[in-house]
Design a protein around this ligand. Structure first.
Ligand code: B1M
Length: 211
């Protein structure tokens, strides 16, 4: 009998070996990959996100849980691709031009992936045109991270570049990072702001209108 509850609990503990083992067992028992994802990995990651938001978990615990999630995702990804399961949404994420900080951006990417989004991680120091290219090739959300007050204006550059390329209405732009605020998001015309990685998942869901 597949132990999806145990799988979620192992992920919350960051127990990579058990996550890999229980995911493989569930696959071998014929449980649908989407069910393993939703009731095991995503269920566990939702708890991690909630605890992180409540300051019960800190960055190291989230990173360890995310690493454990990858042990399960490595097994499920090819099966999900075969079964044509639609991702929750496609998110192109990156740290904006001039900025090399990626720890927060990576956390946001991992939490989004854990919530079932397809992630296109463009890395750091990403020029506006790269984000625009991703919008043209189907990203519904562009997620921008900045850690420096000097690079925050690059977020506005991405929004302007999307407008100039005629694709602004095809994408939701979400921003975050330590110096970024809701006021700044309003000022530059971003669609959303999230203060931390767990809230970024809620915001992406809200922007795309998915449960
Ligand atoms: Co830099 N750095 N740094 N740094 N660095 C800061 C940001 C700084 C506040 C330190 C300080 O002076 N007290 C300061 C910025 C000052 C400012 O502009 N206000 C600073 C500076 C000045 C610099 C350099 C200019 C230093 C220099 O060379 N003179 C330089 C700039 C390089 C560049 O980017 N061009 C620089 C370089 C570096 C390192 C390379 C050494 C390293 C980065 C390594 C890496 O990322 N791979 C580094 C680090 C580690 C930091 C601190 C210490 C930690 C940042 C971090 O990773 N935090 C930082 C000081 C601090 O914060 N204590 C500092 C942990 C991370 C989980 O949090 O990134 O905030 P954070 O992400 C959070 C939220 O903000 C949010 O979710 C995350 C998880 O909850 N979030 C989003 C982030 N992105 C989001 C996107 C979203 C939603 C939420 O939606 C899309």
């Amino acid at each position: 009998m597949a132990d999806l509850q145990g799988l979620a609990e192992a992920l919350i503990r960051g127990d990579r070996d058990t996550v890999g083992k229980l995911t493989q067992e569930a696959v071998d028992e014929g449980v649908a990959p989407k069910q393993i994802l939703d009731e095991g990995l995503v269920a566990g990651m939702n708890v991690v996100g909630a605890r992180f938001k409540a300051n019960e978990f800190y960055v190291p615990e989230v990173l360890i849980a995310a690493r454990a999630m990858h042990a399960g995702m490595d097994i499920l990804k090819p099966l999900l691709a075969e079964s044509d399961v639609e991702p929750t949404g496609v998110v192109a994420i990156g740290t904006v031009k001039g900025d090399l900080h990626d720890i927060g951006k990576n956390l946001v990417a991992m939490m989004l992936e854990g919530a079932g989004f397809e992630i296109r991680d463009l890395g750091v120091d990403v020029p506006p045109e790269r984000f625009v290219e991703e919008v043209k090739s189907g990203a519904g959300v562009v997620a921008l991270s900045a850690l420096l007050t000097t690079t925050m204006p690059s977020m506005a550059d991405v929004i302007n570049a999307a407008s100039e390329a005629g694709v602004r209405d095809q994408v939701k732009v979400m921003i975050g990072g330590a110096p970024v605020t809701q006021n700044y998001a309003d000022e530059i015309g971003a669609d959303g702001y999230a203060p931390d990685a767990a809230s970024a998942v809620d915001k992406a869901r809200e922007l795309l209108g998915v449960a």
